[in-house]
Design a protein around this ligand. Structure first.
Ligand SMILES: Nc1ncnc2c1ncn2[C@@H]1O[C@H](COP(=O)(O)OP(=O)(O)OP(=O)(O)O)[C@@H](O)[C@H]1O
Length: 265
């Protein structure tokens, strides 16, 4: 089954106005069920816009987006996906557990169901002991784990993530990457993940989608075949070969644009 299908999608902001921006041009992307797909490319190439189109937070100018076989709008209304951004976006006045319960409240689930599900999700991200804490009492990495638990609380078939680990230190980031893969495998969730980091994209993904500068186009897709990820994966020759492959794909873009390619390596 296909988790996401983007067909012939272009996006122009402020069309016909002096501040018109052609953000995306003729994007085709298929994410299979259970697949982990990263979007990587220079700053401003439209990665976040593509994610927001899939989430139906902005409409395409042309083309179609389907999620779980449904038009993006229907999928949004049916809560077919969870979403997590760079800022964890937790509500300060709600405890950790009640933050995770929020999407369940919106679904009208009973108090007991919500509590049980929230506790299950917090156990999955290793935060059972912090259910009664408030976000301000947690580290940045812990807050991001709460955001992931919240995004997965309705057991969505799809997780959309926009640089969720961008603000974290390297060690925390690597730990959360492993945790995310474990959680996605345990729940069978498909993921579309925006990042600026080539090693992060390679470690996490089955497929790395390389985009060009504005208007964003998909210029390459790099299949990553590293098997189940462990800490040893990060030291393996295959990991470095894949990193080089993605870097070369991005370099292909560098020669055709005059903007800086802001990609961490
Ligand atoms: N709501 C909006 N209105 C007008 N222009 C927008 C809007 N959202 C994005 N853009 C423009 O679309 C282009 C793509 O932006 P987007 O945020 O998708 O890029 P990105 O690849 O995610 O960038 P970064 O890597 O820097 O986060 C940019 O030129 C941006 O200015």
């Amino acid at each position: 089954m296909t988790a996401v299908e983007v067909s012939g999608v272009s996006k122009t902001f402020n069309k016909g106005r002096p501040d018109e921006v052609a953000a995306l041009h003729d994007i085709d992307l298929v994410v299979d069920s259970g697949q982990f797909v990263s979007l990587i490319g220079p700053s401003g190439c439209g990665k976040s816009t593509l994610l927001r189109l899939i989430a139906d937070l902005v409409p395409p100018t042309s083309g179609t987006v389907t999620v779980a076989g449904k038009p993006a709008r229907r999928a949004r209304l049916d809560q077919e996906y969870g979403i997590a951004f760079q800022q964890a976006g937790l509500f300060d006045w709600r405890t950790v557990r009640r933050n995770v319960e929020l999407p369940l409240e919106l679904r009208g689930q009973s108090r007991a169901e919500r509590k049980a599900r929230a506790e299950e999700m917090l156990a999955l991200v290793g935060l059972s002991d912090f259910a009664g804490h408030y976000p301000a009492q947690l580290s940045g990495g812990m807050q991001q784990r709460v955001a992931i638990a919240r995004a997965l609380a309705v057991h969505p078939p799809l997780l959309l993530m926009d640089e969720p680990f961008g603000a974290l230190d390297e060690m925390t980031r690597e730990r959360l990457q492993s945790e995310l893969l474990r959680v996605c495998a345990a729940t069978g969730t498909s993921t579309v993940f925006v990042t600026h980091s080539i090693p992060e994209a390679v470690f996490l993904s089955d497929l790395v989608v390389v985009m060009s500068a504005r208007p964003g186009r998909i210029t390459d897709t790099v299949k990553i075949d590293l098997g189940p990820r462990t800490d040893a994966t990060r030291q393996s020759p295959g990991f470095f070969t894949a990193i080089t492959k993605v870097r070369k794909a991005l370099r292909g873009i560098e020669t055709t644009v005059d903007e800086d390619v802001e990609v961490d390596v």
